[in-house]
Ligand binder design. Structure first.
Ligand code: ZN
Length: 68
């Protein structure tokens, strides 16, 4: 019996480039952020941490790009 290839585990975490909807500034946030990431300009909380993947607050921030 042939063994199926076991893929090399890749991290599912990503960095997102988000636009703050309050002031329009660009911020880079981590997808698995464990702390509430704030906008560097106006301080609005953009990402809400959970046990795993953080939630980007859709009414506060908009994801414009995924990095790496
Ligand atoms: Zn802002």
């Amino acid at each position: 019996m042939k063994k199926r290839l076991i893929p090399v585990p890749q991290p599912r975490s990503r960095f997102y480039r988000v636009i703050c909807k309050t002031c329009g500034a660009e911020n880079v946030v981590f997808s698995h952020s464990t702390y509430p990431a704030r906008c560097k300009v106006c301080g609005t909380v953009l990402v809400k941490p959970t046990g795993g993947r953080a939630i980007v607050l859709k009414d506060k921030a908009e994801i414009v790009a995924e990095l790496g």
